[in-house]
Design a protein around this ligand. Structure first.
Ligand code: MSP
Length: 540
């Protein structure tokens, strides 16, 4: 049976338009989802939008539209960008949808039934940008300003419902202790552990002064705090709580036929009632580092209250700056959707994907640099592009079709060993979410192949009839290495890798990675038209 694999991105606030940060998380989830589909896993990839809260109300008021209108406008922008970036999500959840609202109300009802919600009064500080309550001690250390945006904290004083967060903290701590890979990377885990040791208060989960949100069950004067609403998306999207009312039916996209360059829309299939049973607990919630606390403290506590398991892992990636500075519109270094489009127009979508994944070890902060983007493209052209090109030229020229390997020399065995190691190294990199390695490992094999071609010099062998068998071997082994490298690149460079393999006579549609890795290029393969995968760019 294919193993289920469930990956999520944060649901984004549609109070503005998507930018590099949002695109990065979503592309990272996309590469992992593509890998798992190709590996034959039964994969579900969720993204969406977080549409309630004060920020939405304020922005909508500034623009003279309703929060729902603002959400509808910007959600369309997010969805269109994901289409342009060929993101292969299986579902897109909006927190203003009926199916989500129904699920959240069921969740809160259950917490009430379990005695985990009580009414009280809240007095304290609120970070409106982060939609987060801040303790007096924290507020003092940041001089009553947001630690993230630097904007002043707002004083709140109102009746509210509380969630008994404190009650679940020992279980949350135990879970973190017992599951060393629950919080990744490791450095983030230590931050959370030390913050937990400082003590945690019960969580105010409703606002009486706000109308834009999901009503509190039995008390519609209150709407639910945005993080309770938002975190629930990871299970409401799977149908959790849907049995409580006529939940909106939804369209799911079908990505079961792997691999997939995803330029065509996916036919909707009937929603399965068993998504929750099948996919929960999630394998990984991929997030940015600033929202770790909510995901590894509030969310597991909520799940414990519901009698559910926490996600298997929460992985926080770093933050992007641009040309060494915080991205900002006024500084002119803001990488918005248009800047991304311009980069894609120049280097192709796969060129941009490669740059983003290879930019830093996954989890570290990253810095967008135009010259590094160009260098990443050159690396693809000079390494994998070049060695594919060499093979595509030499095989037809010297032999017509792919010759069989004859006697092996040490240098051949060394390259064969690298080819054989790649699938396991790649699986382990994806398993540990070392996304930079996922991009670099296949390129390293291609680099070794270029070295092999230079060392064995097939162009010289071709001139000496006595070396015919040697030439056969070299051409075969080099071609097998290029093939393996392209197969390994399929999740990272879906279009280019499939195009390279098509040149080599291999149609990847419907095939899994294990099958492709286990099936070397057959002797006698007729190569197609060799065109450069990464054409050199005209100098300006
Ligand atoms: N709505 C909440 C998340 C709720 S999840 C249950 C939220 N939304 S957000 O629109 O602010 O998106 C935050 C996410 O966008 C980050 O966690 C990260 O994934 C991504 N990024 C936004 N800016 C970023 C950078 N500059 N760099 C990298 N990613 C960042 O928080």
């Amino acid at each position: 049976m294919n193993q289920p694999f469930y990956i999520t991105t944060p649901i984004y606030y549609p109070n503005g338009e998507p930018h590099l940060g949002h695109a990065y998380t979503t592309l990272c989830a996309d590469v992992v989802a593509r890998y798992h589909r190709l590996a034959g896993d039964d994969t579900f990839f969720l993204t969406g939008t977080d549409e309630h809260g004060i920020k939405m109300v304020k922005t909508a008021a500034e623009r003279g539209v309703s929060p729902q209108q603002l959400a509808d406008q910007n959600v369309a922008v997010f969805e269109n960008l994901w289409k342009e970036l060929q993101i292969t999500h299986d579902d897109f959840i909006r927190t203003s949808s009926d199916r989500h609202k129904t699920g959240v109300q069921a969740i809160v009802q259950k917490m009430i039934a379990n005695g985990d919600i009580y009414k009280g009064a809240y007095q304290g500080w609120y970070d409106e940008g982060q939609e987060e309550f801040v303790t007096e001690t924290e507020a003092k250390t940041t001089e009553y300003k947001s630690a993230i945006s630097g904007r002043p904290l707002v004083r709140y004083s109102e009746p509210t419902y509380f969630f008994s967060l404190k009650k679940y903290i020992p279980r949350v701590q135990e879970h973190i202790q017992k599951n060393p890979t629950f919080i990744q990377p490791e450095s983030r885990r230590n931050e959370v552990i030390s913050k937990l040791n400082q003590g945690v208060e019960d969580l105010s989960i409703s606002r009486a002064t706000l109308k834009w949100g999901i009503p509190m069950p039995h008390d519609p004067d209150h709407v639910l705090y945005v993080w309770i609403d938002a975190l629930s998306n990871y299970i409401t999207a799977l149908g959790y709580g849907a049995e409580h009312a006529g939940a909106e039916r939804r369209e799911l996209r079908d990505h079961s036929a792997a691999p997939d360059s995803s330029s065509t829309p996916h036919p909707p299939t009937s929603p399965s009632p068993n998504l929750f049973e099948k996919y929960w607990p999630a394998n990984v919630h991929l997030i940015g580092k600033e929202i770790m606390w909510f995901h590894v403290v509030y969310w597991p506590a909520m799940l414990f209250s519901l009698g559910l398991e926490p996600p298997k892992q929460v992985y926080a990636h770093g933050w992007w700056t641009a040309e060494g500075k915080k991205m900002s519109k006024s500084m002119g270094n803001f990488i918005d959707a248009d800047r991304l489009r311009a980069a894609i127009a120049k280097y192709g979508l796969d060129g941009v994907r490669y740059y983003l994944f290879r930019a830093a070890p996954f989890g570290n902060d990253l810095d967008w640099k135009d010259d590094e983007l160009a260098a990443a493209h050159n690396e693809l052209a000079n390494v994998i592009g070049n060695c594919l090109n060499r093979i595509m030229t030499m095989v037809p020229k010297y032999r017509g079709t792919l010759p069989a390997a004859a006697e092996l020399h040490d240098i051949d065995r060394a390259l064969i060993e690298k080819i054989q190691k790649l699938p396991t190294d790649l699986a382990s990199a994806y398993q540990r979410l070392e996304l930079q390695q996922c991009a670099l490992l296949p390129i390293e094999l291609a680099r070794a192949t270029n070295g092999y071609i230079e060392a064995t010099a097939p162009f010289k062998l071709a001139k000496d009839p006595a070396q015919a068998a040697r030439l056969d071997t070299v051409l075969n082994i080099a071609a097998q290495a290029v093939y393996a490298s392209l197969v390994a690149l399929l999740p990272v460079l879906p279009d280019k890798a499939a195009a390279g393999l098509a040149q080599m006579g291999i149609d990847v549609a419907g095939k899994t990675l294990p099958h492709l890795f286990a099936t070397p290029l057959p002797t006698g393969t007729q190569f197609g038209q060799g065109t450069p995968l990464f054409p050199r760019l005209e100098a300006k």
